[in-house]
Design a protein around this ligand. Sequence first.
Ligand code: SAM
Ligand code: SF4
Length: 317
Amino acid sequence: MKDSFGREINYLRISVTEDCNHRCVYCMPANAVPRSWTAMKDDDIVEVVEAAASLGITKFRITGGEPLVRPGIVDLCARIHDVKGVKEVTMTTNGTRLKEMAKDLKAAGINRVNISLDTLDEKKFRQITRGGDINKVLEGMDAAFAAGMDPIKLNTVLIGGFNDDEIFKLAELTRSCPLDVRFIELMPIGDVHQFPEQAYIPCSVVLEKVPELVRINDKAESSVTRLYKLNNGRGRVGLISPLSCDFCGSCNRLRLTADGCLKPCLHSFEEIHIKGLHGSELQWALKLAIAHKPKAHAALSATERSQSRRDMNRIGG
Ligand code: SAM
Ligand code: SF4
């Protein structure tokens, strides 16, 4: 279905929980108390997917919080995958539980995962996630490969003064491994740790640090990612630039929060409550969300914070 600006909306990101076993400093407050009791039930989420699919939304991404801490997540993924009209169900995860779950997730129809990894250094990883163990993520990545998930994409939030010294090393992973590394500009959103201005570095820094990267095109790739490759690279490097580049013109998505709100735009405060709606009411709410997609989000920078009134763990990225 097209929105008011002619953009085809075919993608829904579904956050299944606000809870997480990490507390990444840019995403969640250290003392956050997850509100699990507000989470949509499996049946309700599947009903939203049915309504969305009936309107031509074919791609779904499961996210959170950390989706793999939601009880029954594998069965929920299988149910979403089986809805008529659904072409693809993917997941964004911190990877910590993939070691135990990758095989079952693959069997449930999750063929692709994005795994968040901001650093290759054990200590820095513990610092940015407030206590996480990088080895669990690396084991999770191995398990995803072994389960046959393809492609595997790493999401790296670029933070000046924290991981800009690792850009070359992270990009180099795509030379030897068949995975994509996607650098995402740090977004000033939510009531979380406040970073100094120097932390907000543009994705162009990646091209300065790795001049060998060559631009490639891939129509199948998300509308917000610019893709590059190293000479003889097995994987690709993606740049996602919500601050320095305007990609709203090709936005194709809606978001559903774990507590049952549709967000027409990641960076807008507007939300449409859909808990308790069924059938044609849900279709109507989805159409309303599509109609309310703004042409573009307001400016974001070190001094201009997102107008969204949620922390990122309560939206899903
Ligand atoms: N827990 C899962 C994970 O970490 O992959 C899924 C949820 S997380 C909210 C989804 C994505 O949002 C992650 O890749 C994370 O790095 C990214 N993210 C969270 N807060 C962000 C921020 N302030 N700026 C940029 N990306 C952010
Ligand atoms: Fe959890 Fe993902 Fe947010 Fe980190 S980015 S706190 S892993 S939801």
